[in-house]
Design a protein around this ligand. Sequence first.
Ligand code: SF4
Ligand code: SF4
Length: 670
Amino acid sequence: MRPTATLPGMILFVVALLASLATFAYLIEARFALLRAAKPSARFDRWGERFAGVLTQFLGQRRILSPGYLGAGIMHALIFWGFLAVGLNSIHFIGGGFVAGFHLPFFGPASWAGRAYVVVRDLFEVAVVVMVAVAAYRRIVVRPARLTPSWDAALILSLIATLMVTDLAMAGAETARDGSANGYPSPAGHALAPLFASMGVPASEAVHGACFWLHLAALLGFLCYLPVSKHFHVVTSLPSVLFRRLDTGSLPMIDLEKAETFGITGFSDLRWKDVLDVYSCTECGRCQAACPAYATGKPLSPKKINEDMREAMMPALPLLLGRKPLPEGQSLPVLPSLTIADDVLWSCTTCRACEQACPLFIEFVDRIVGMRRKLVLEDGAFPEELTAAYKNLEKAGNPWGQPADQRGDWAEGLDIPLMAKLEGEVEYLLWVGCAGAYDDRGKKVARATARILKEAGVTFAILGTEETCTGDPARRSGNEYLYQMLASQNVETLNRYGVKKIVAQCPHCLNSLLNEYPQLGGHYEVIHHSQVIARLLADGRIGMNAAPAGQTVTFHDSCYLGRHNGIYDAPREALSSAGLTILEMPRSRENGFCCGAGGGRMWMEESLGTKVNVNRVDEAAGTGAGLVASACPFCMTMLADGVNETGRAGTLEVQDVAQIVESRMTRKDA
Ligand code: SF4
Ligand code: SF4
């Protein structure tokens, strides 16, 4: 008999249903109210790309199934797909509580869709039970370092298993009694029917009834528990993927004249996507496993930032929404920069490895820089070493404080025209950057790049002393005021000369010029020198001397060239065209490991943990190549320092792609 066929059964069913729906609505309303109250985030564009991502990443689970996580990925994907498959079943289950044999149109027992669906449902229910057992084994026995043991996970796994097992058992009991599971030919029901038949009718009916109530309790309990647990991602993961960031290169702009607060001073400064991200984190730890700061013993774990923010945010919801008055004389006790320690924020290299690894596209860099902005602009609390860098940027336009009037000295003897003295037109402006202008290694790269362009007959000019730092180190370390000062000056200069196309040898400069200067009215076509070099080689505009056979190189991906701007192939193509065989490091391309210099860390001491650059140099040396190619002046400095610090000078050389190509280039004037 249907457990809700009696009046008490029906009353219990209706009361449980209404109570849980009301609880769910109450809990979720507060969470959505905070989303509505949060600051805006421009994510309502490029719908084609957004929906394509939902198909591949949400439904297709592409990132979940990434090669480094295939085992755990298959486990999660099967549970997820099983959940989707069982969703329809839950509608039938609840509807069946009111009306015997309830089913959605086209999914009745007589329709092919309904019969096929039950086969799929059974397969997934069995798969989910197996995967829940695997998940429990991993958490209890294997204990991967990236997962934090929690009762929350244990409870959720138990609820999922209960849902599946009780549904399978009900199908078995019904098949034993009626020859079908509620009219459907359920394979699992047929497999389990002999077991129930052997119990006898009363016992089988009792088990069926118990499974019905247990299934209902698990389903409704799950619904109520979702909003208060990390499994809220069951609700928020689809919007997280839909509204994911489609461009990764720019930070949000502050209107310095109108802003009342600078940076993220509290939860009320978060954008709705930041809040959604905090809600959505599954605590899978992939971001943490990819983080160079975490890997080298710094106090930063991106996963922990989400956990800490969620822990502070949830109890404060009524205060944040103004539904509960703040105790007299108290401000909100939940400011993220109070819950997230300063050391954590300063450890970030802004490499975005965490964001690349996250299956839900959760973002960290904007939030971390937002909290740094608060420290720098509101509190004046930043690492001492940055004081000198900020002063140098302000006074000399470069972080080392080198004389501004010597910015063009690197080009001496190369006969490169200055924009100020240019007669006629050139194809490109060569943006040299501070390292190219002042750093000894950087100057060699600038000269190599210039020689290659000249050899190929590419016309270009430089700004010379009119160029100043793009402001990247200031912006990423939180000094938005200084960044806007430097950037506005550059935009004014570039626009005055009507510059359209820029070649940059520094990925940080490229990123600012291309992705951030549009916020200040500077719109340019910017390409990296490795892209120009690769194209010139492919077009045969520069020739190469035959390379000695068997020369190998390993290429270090700069985060700001790769993850921030998607340029992975050009430097490799240039190296291959120069006759070198590339030996890839285990962490390369999208999964490349930072050198440790980004996010302004180039100008900060690395006193905690081990060194990021040493970690990377060890990996580079492990390839067996005697040469490490870089395409970023900061990376080159960090790698070269790492080579010296690990005693590898003389056995491992570091060069920029331009230097490698230029040293092998045939010369028309030779
Ligand atoms: S951006 Fe890089 S350093 Fe910062 S939290 Fe993410 S992975 Fe770690
Ligand atoms: S941020 Fe993403 S990768 Fe990191 S723990 Fe949360 S869901 Fe996993």
